[in-house]
Design a protein around this ligand. Structure first.
Ligand code: FAD
Length: 1006
């Protein structure tokens, strides 16, 4: 049976939706070979060739010359039967086709677009739609990686996505189908194929679309302009004598300066088409391949598209006769000025280069073959940036000569983010007029960079040394001579060393602090370059790890998060904040009913605990949130793995999954967020009874079959106090033992004192207790202890009989199985030692959350996770404990934001405070929630609010106001003037600010 294949209208530019048939270069019945031009079509930009990818015989019906055909629709057919000049209307078109994956009747092919002039193939990165999904004209259906960037694939037809679709990772030639569009959802097929690097189909299979796994759409830059662009003001060249050339070819020739005389035309009847003009100027690839090659022993692997493009450009640079000139420049003043103006040093240097170039415009010119100079006035500088996957990307800051620094900074911020993940649009990396490469931050003492055809000079900036920072320019001697470059560098030196002359006031002001900082380091991601499995791995999926991974993924960084639990959330979700607050919520309902009668509501004060329902509700909250978190993480393209992570070395993590063999992954940078388990001190019987369940911790209390009748709690910290009140409200008799002379040691003193007084009305608290032993079995435990309870303060030994004992004796990081010693990460006691940027003693390893000690709170961990992510993205960021906060979910609730007076004084701040009891607040009186107080702490010198402390019902809500006041650096005057609604407890903040202001005014007069 004969086989027929469709020749489809190729998509020759990103904006092309249809093409007009200009000529047929072969006639029906003609033999065609793979790669032959069978027709020419006119697109919205040029007349282009239609190449075929299959050998056979041209067969009709052919589209008429002049007919407008949609991209992807059939222009004609190729048959394998000689003499077959047309296929019959009812003939079946063969199942295999052009690229071994295309059944003709599969629908309209979505072809790999040609997105840059050097692009010959593309790698499928993502499918944004799944087979069967409805598609609208203009939708982005996939993203592909070209030799330069990751780009969108847009479709120009409504319909439904249908297979066979090329799997992610498939290497598809330009013009070949990656998938299809059908007009009827029922016709959509869900097969997939894998196309290997040699463009052969490796594997064909069915793919079941999973809506849930559908990757979130990431907005991408628009695709590249057409293959040959004739933008510019040059007039078209004249028609060559006795030859025909398409108008577009003449326009391109004018732009590129190509002489059409003697040029071979490949269009119909020898017409010169634009592609011929482009070929007259060899591409970097052709130049590179025309050079003699030296063979190398060994089995080479194929270069990636990006590696190839770089290799070609670098080889083509050998056509440039270059020389180097170096000058040392003191960058301190410019660095300080840039900081003062809040712009990156990179942007400031680029602007300085442009300012100096105004006097030496030749630096911005370029040699153009043959024997021409392009005198450019536009300063579009390429600035080299390390991409997250280790490659080098050179985004272009456009129009530097005319834009102010602030505008350039705004441009730069977006460019860098996209460059790091290689998502630049072609216009953002094509045709720089000058290039800057800064390796100062990598500590190199001197280097030269290679200019590529199209620029005359490249600037290489090394690390700051004793004589300043070496600035080396490599110039093209056809455009520049040594003196040009030397004079330019001398002017650049003046420009950089005296920024006030061109930066204005900010520059001058910055001069005064110039001596302080002397670095040319622009913000550069510290993720080391390398061919890693993952640029970043995060170990631990609690609040710290999850927030870190999400921020990184949000910025396009490929990140893996390994967590040794089935769902993310960590202690907070599964053993901490969430379950304890679910219990507290039930306990609150019971406790609150006691006030009902005071407010005139009888009959509600005998609430009954339904333990099964409490537990059902708690578990529902936990599982729902766990599932939501996992779905969100995966939706953000975090590679979430279940398993235990341990370090093999500073770039390798071993993962032991729950099932299956351990395996390793390589990484550029790692973030440790492994938390801190409950710590049980070596009290006789305490650790031994963990296994029986007679002794519990915050990890195991969730297994209780019912609330105990009698509960012994060892430890009077936040967790102990929260649990004591919860179980007291559930009807349990509680004894709390504390080793120190006061419980709630971490809570502000006055607040703690008031809370302890409340607590002691409800439960027995024994301080300065010496806990001797925990013994017995679940339901019959004995807690033996002594304290100075005798008449003459002598030691008295007591035994508390209880059902279970809770060891609420703190949490302690356990890093023993992480192999940190192999990596060199230093500890500070049990915690990992980090700086404010959350960086450990090993540069590419960060640590966040409970594992670094400090406040062991979920929001602290999450904040630190975001700080680590920010630093890994190259944006300097620090965790500031002085603005952190916390709530103790006691009744009333204690809370803090920022500093207490004592903490402030210890830091040398002259702090003052004012406090107001809740008992004078109208709303608190109405609701009978009059226990406690709110305190405002301010810096006397500046009036800035630096702390707020609470003991009040609803602290968990009221604390938000304190957080905003401290984080927003609000002053007492601002808060005093703010209008708070009446009657609400928030009125207290205005009152407090006014009171403190008045007090300060009175004392100032004395
Ligand atoms: C009873 C209780 C109540 C609490 N209430 C509050 C509260 O109300 N508010 C508040 O802010 N905080 C509260 N906390 C504290 C809060 O739970 C923690 O501060 C927070 O969970 C710490 O987050 P993290 O990301 O540092 O670590 P974790 O949440 O502990 O997460 C670490 C994760 O890493 C995993 N892991 C550990 N080692 C490895 C490894 N080698 N490989 C892979 N995975 C690993 C762990 O299984 C875990 O999933 C409470 C804690 C308890 C115990």
């Amino acid at each position: 049976m004969s086989q027929h294949y469709a020749i489809t209208m190729p998509q020759l530019s990103d904006t092309m939706t249809e093409g007009v048939v200009v000529t047929w270069e072969k006639q029906p019945g003609d033999r065609v070979e793979r790669g032959d031009i069978v027709a020419t079509v006119e697109t919205d930009k040029a007349i282009m060739d239609v190449e075929v990818f299959k050998a056979g015989y041209l067969a009709g019906p052919l589209a008429d010359v002049g007919a407008t055909i949609a991209v992807g629709a059939a222009l004609g057919y190729i048959t394998d039967t000689a003499g077959d000049v047309a296929i019959a209307a009812d003939e079946v078109v063969a199942e295999q086709a052009q690229t071994e994956m295309i059944p003709h009747h599969a629908g309209t092919p979505i072809v790999m677009p040609q997105l840059s002039d050097t692009m010959a193939e593309g790698v499928v990165v993502t499918w944004e739609k799944q087979p069967g999904d409805a598609i609208k004209r203009g939708d982005i259906v996939a993203t592909v990686e070209t030799d330069k960037a990751i780009m969108d694939v847009e479709v120009f037809q409504d319909g439904f996505l249908s297979g066979p679709i090329a799997d992610v990772g498939s290497v598809v030639e330009v013009g070949h189908p990656m998938g299809f569009i059908v007009d009827d959802a029922a016709k959509a097929n869900d097969t997939g194929v894998t196309i290997s690097a040699d463009h052969k189909v490796q594997d064909t299979h069915k793919v079941a679309p999973h809506a849930a796994d559908k990757p979130a759409h990431i907005p991408m830059p628009k695709a590249a302009p057409a293959q040959v662009s004739a933008e510019g003001s040059q007039p078209p060249v004249g028609r060559p004598q006795g030859r025909q050339a398409s108008p577009y070819a003449r326009k391109v020739a004018g732009q590129l300066g190509v002489n059409l005389t003697g040029l071979a035309g490949t269009g119909p009847s020898g017409v010169i088409v634009a592609a011929d003009v482009a070929r007259a100027r060899p591409s970097m690839q052709e130049v590179a391949h025309s050079l003699p090659q030296v063979d190398v022993p060994g089995q080479g692997r194929k270069m990636t598209s990006m590696e190839k493009a770089v290799a070609h450009a670098m080889t083509a640079s050998l056509t440039l006769p270059t020389f180097n000139v170096t000058m040392n420049i003191n960058t301190a003043a410019l660095t300080a000025a840039a900081k003062a103006k809040k712009v990156s040093v990179t942007v400031a240097i680029a602007k300085a280069c442009s300012v100096a170039m105004a006097k030496f415009p030749r630096m911005n010119w370029a040699y153009q073959p043959v024997d021409k100079l392009v005198e450019r006035a536009n300063h579009d500088f390429g600035v080299a940036v390390m991409s997250n996957d280790g490659g080098l990307v050179v985004p272009i800051l456009h129009g530097i000569e005319k834009k102010p620094l602030e505008a350039l900074q705004a441009d730069w911020t977006g460019l860098v983010e996209r460059a790091r993940v290689r998502k630049l649009a072609p216009a953002e990396y094509s045709n720089p007029t000058f290039t800057i490469s800064n390796m100062g931050m990598l500590g190199v003492s001197h280097f030269t960079a290679i200019p590529t055809p199209g620029i005359a000079a490249i600037l290489a900036i090394a690390a700051n040394g004793p004589h300043g920072t070496p600035f080396t320019i490599t110039g093209d001697h056809r455009v520049l001579n040594g003196a040009d470059v030397a004079l330019y560098l001398a002017t650049l030196k003046q420009t950089i060393e005296a920024p006030e002359s061109w930066l204005g006031a900010g520059g001058a002001a910055a001069e005064t602090v110039a001596g302080a900082a002397a670095t040319t380091s622009a913000p550069v991601s510290p993720i080391p370059e390398g061919n890693w499995d993952f640029p970043v791995v995060v170990v631990g999926g609690g609040p710290g790890g999850e927030d870190c991974a999400r921020d990184l993924a949000d910025h396009g960084v490929k990140v893996m998060m390994v967590n040794n639990e089935p769902f993310p959330g960590g202690e907070c979700l599964w053993r901490g904040c969430i379950p304890s607050k679910a219990w507290r919520a039930a306990a609150d309902v019971i406790r609150n009913r006691a006030h009902d009668a005071d407010m005139g509501v009888d009959g509600t004060n005998t609430p009954k605990l339904n333990w099964e329902q409490v537990e059902k509700h708690r578990r529902w909250v936990q599982t729902s949130r766990g599932e939501m978190a996992l779905k969100a993480d995966r939706g953000m393209k975090i590679d979430v793995r279940e398993g235990y992570g341990e370090f093999v070395d500073a770039h390798t993590l071993k993962i032991t999954p729950v099932e299956g063999e351990p395996y390793t992954v390589s990484f550029g940078a790692a973030v440790i967020a492994t938390g801190a388990p409950a710590f049980v001190p070596p009290i006789p019987g305490a650790r031994e009874n963990l296994a029986t369940g007679g002794v519990l911790t915050s990890d195991t209390i969730w297994n209780l079959a019912k609330p105990p009748k009698k509960l012994g709690i060892v430890g009077g910290g936040v967790i102990g106090v929260e649990m004591a009140q919860i179980f007291r409200d559930f009807g349990t008799e509680v004894l709390m033992l504390e080793r120190h002379d006061r419980i709630l040691a971490e809570v502000e003193e006055e607040i703690a004192k008031a809370l302890i007084a409340s607590l002691e009305k409800e439960i027995t608290v024994v301080t300065s207790a010496d806990i001797k032993e925990a013994s017995g079995k679940p339901g019959k435990m004995k807690l033996r202890y002594s304290n100075k309870g005798g008449a003459n303060k002598e030691d008295v030994e007591s035994v508390f009989d209880c059902d279970v004992i809770l060891m609420a004796t703190g949490k302690r990081p356990d890093t023993s199985r992480l192999n940190l010693d192999k990596v060199g990460v230093e500890l500070d006691g049990a915690a990992i030692k980090v700086d404010a940027r959350c960086q450990t003693s090993v540069a590419n390893i960060y640590a966040v959350g409970d594992v670094v000690g400090g406040y062991m709170l979920a929001h602290t961990a999450a904040t630190q996770g975001r700080v680590a992510a920010s630093n890994l993205l190259g944006h300097a960021s620090e965790y500031d404990q002085d603005r952190d906060c916390g709530v103790t979910f006691s009744r009333p609730q204690a809370g803090f934001v920022g500093l207490s007076v004592a903490q402030a004084k210890a830091k040398g701040i002259d702090a003052v405070e004012a406090k107001m009891p809740m008992s004078i607040d109208a709303k608190a009186m109405i609701t009978g929630e009059t226990e406690g107080m709110i305190k405002l702490v301010a810096d006397k010198a500046t009036g800035r609010i630096i702390g707020v402390h609470y003991l009040a019902d609803h602290t968990d809500t009221l604390i938000g106001i304190g957080v905003m006041m401290v984080a927003g650096e609000m002053t007492l005057t601002q808060v005093a003037k703010a209008i708070f609604p009446h009657p609400t407890q928030t009125e207290l903040f205005g009152e407090l600010a006014r009171r403190l202001l008045n007090r300060l005014r009175r004392t100032a007069k004395k």
